[in-house]
Write a protein of this length. Structure first.
Length: 317
């Protein structure tokens, strides 16, 4: 074998015998006999499956990812399709956490602690302590969906629910917007952001696009609305009947963002009317629960002057 180095130095070496491996090992030179020549042994023998290369990107079964680095001197590295398993360079399919059917049949090696869910969300596998465990009973909750988020496919809970996608429980919403797609009005438990008390019940109304929270309701004269300051602050009645939510709760609710106001009422003659405003909020106790209302909607069937009635209802003794 005649060899010329990068520096231009030429020499030769002769080996009495040599052997080349089969196609499975990519026809590697695996052994030679005694040699003679003009120099010391010049061939560096790499461990099984490793090859000489100036660039190295060597992952392991425990962590298949790698960052390529190059140098002027060749070193023995695991080639593409191989990973380090301890001191050995092995085909990646020999790693204990290899999943053959992943990546459209190309297979994938899970890193320690990594989880894989197949695209149909019918199988979940994880790699722990170098061992692969798979659950073929993995299924999404009726209140969840199989989808990809930020590159990760798995079961996720629908809006308004919380959990791991397999078990999804109804979340405590901050207002009625989470129930805007419901088919009918319903009593719901909510807890506005910043509200330090217990969650409380409200009526969520689905009319006019849904998502409306009923904070005042008067259906008959069985409950007096002639109340004092503290009663209006705390609230009274029940969400499915005559009801005032409570000023503290209403202030916490409207502090979360911008809210619309809709007032529905029936006149003494039996005519139905509504008034709608694009902006509504109530200040906290430090402002004496000051109301802020603007943006009268011209599609309203009640003249804006009808709102005086609404303010009178909420005055206290």
């Amino acid at each position: 074998m005649d060899i010329t180095t990068e520096s231009g130095c030429s020499f030769f070496v002769t080996y009495e015998t040599f052997r080349i491996s089969d196609s499975f090992s990519h026809y590697k030179l695996v052994s030679t006999g005694e040699y003679t020549g003009t120099t010391d042994p010049c061939i560096e023998w790499c461990p099984t499956n490793k090859v000489l290369n100036r660039c190295k990107c060597e992952g392991s079964c425990a962590d298949p990812t790698c960052t390529e680095s190059c140098s002027s001197t060749p070193t023995c590295v695991c080639p593409d399709g191989f990973l380090m398993d301890g001191e050995d360079c092995v085909p990646r399919e020999n790693c204990s956490c290899f999943i053959e059917e992943a990546e459209n049949g190309q297979g994938v090696v899970l890193a320690e602690g990594e989880v894989y869910v197949n695209p149909s969300c019918t199988k979940r596998c994880s790699c722990n302590s170098g061992l692969l465990s798979c659950d073929d009973t993995y299924r999404c909750s009726p209140n969840g969906n199989c989808e990809e988020r930020q590159g990760l496919s798995q079961c996720y809970c629908n809006v308004g629910y919380t959990g791991d996608g397999v078990q999804c429980d109804r979340a405590t919403a901050s207002d009625c917007q989470a129930y805007s797609t419901e088919d009918s009005n319903s009593i719901r438990l909510i807890q506005p952001a910043g509200w330090t008390g217990n969650p409380f019940q409200v009526m969520c109304d689905v009319s006019d696009g849904g998502g409306w929270l009923v904070f005042q309701r008067r259906v008959d004269s069985s409950l007096s609305f002639h109340r004092d300051w503290n009663e209006y602050r705390e609230g009274f009645g029940t969400a499915d009947g005559n009801f005032w939510l409570g000023n503290d709760k209403l202030a916490a609710l409207t502090s979360q963002g911008q809210y619309e106001l809709r007032i529905d009422f029936v006149s003494k003659s039996g005519q139905y009317h509504f008034a709608k405003y694009s902006s509504f909020s109530m200040g906290n106790v430090d402002t004496n629960f000051r109301l802020s209302i603007s943006g009268y909607d011209s599609s309203s069937t009640a003249g804006e002057f009808h709102f005086i009635f609404f303010l009178q209802v909420h005055s206290t003794i």
